[in-house]
Design a protein around this ligand. Sequence first.
Ligand SMILES: Cc1cc2nc3c(=O)[nH]c(=O)nc-3n(C[C@H](O)[C@H](O)[C@H](O)COP(=O)(O)O)c2cc1C
Length: 190
Amino acid sequence: MDALDLLLNRVSVTRLCEPAPDATQLDLLFRAALRAPDHGQLHPWRFLTIEGNARHKLGELFAAALQSRNPAVSDEALQKARNMPLRAPMLVVVVASLKVHPKVPEGEQLLAAGCAAHGMLLAAHAQGIGAVWRTGEFAYDSHVLEGLGLSEQERLLGFFYLGTPEGRVRTAPVLEPQAFVSGWDGQTDA
Ligand SMILES: Cc1cc2nc3c(=O)[nH]c(=O)nc-3n(C[C@H](O)[C@H](O)[C@H](O)COP(=O)(O)O)c2cc1C
């Protein structure tokens, strides 16, 4: 696939089925992520793969997080939380691992990890793997973060759902650049 074609046409795929990406595809996905621009080469990221029965364990972690926040939570809400990770055969949790650095603030490290995440999405699309970046309340829940083993210096950037696209992959919407781009002529307000 042509690189520009990939950049212009990548779309998220939410309806995902088996099979999950194989080891070779996954290796390429992570190699693409690791090519993210990275000030200071701090490598401020790590990735957790979750598949098979571990997806059920993640669902239990989501349900436990809900219950610890609200002991009166309905069974229906608990079941919905349990089922979330079952929406794809594989999940990758993208974690920003922030380092203390005199020249590279945390914001830049978050951006680098976000670029790594985008690299993963692009490498997925290029290989015909369906992928969608999701966060939701559990990405920011201390119970979930602890259960996944994140430290104080880490942030969960997303749960990436990966699998085989079910049905037709939609066409990428087109935004016109002129709505977002303007020239700056050197004039300052001051
Ligand atoms: C940080 C981040 C978090 C997101 N979280 C969710 C989410 O929880 N649920 C969701 O439906 N889409 C979420 N999205 C948006 C989808 O990943 C996707 O980009 C969006 O549906 C548009 O589809 P497209 O990528 O094909 O343009 C998130 C995107 C980003 C960048």
